[in-house]
Write a protein that binds this ligand. Structure first.
Ligand code: SF4
Length: 55
């Protein structure tokens, strides 16, 4: 099970450098690669917009 970023993402970029496995990439909104994500939850805890949750 991976974490996913919802439409609430405002592309602030806070989560990207916090991911220990580099699963987050930038786009119109940020995206998590489900094959790389180890479901650690770090990104969800740092998102100021609560846009990240477990799938
Ligand atoms: Fe990266 Fe952890 Fe977020 Fe998965 S849950 S994208 S491994 S920070």
């Amino acid at each position: 099970m991976a974490y996913v970023i919802s439409d609430s993402c405002v592309a602030c970029g806070t989560c990207e450098p916090e991911c220990p496995v580099g699963a987050i990439s930038a786009g119109d909104i940020y995206v998590i690669d489900p094959d790389t994500c180890i479901s650690c939850g770090t990104c969800a805890s740092v998102c100021p917009n609560e846009a990240i949750s477990e799938e």
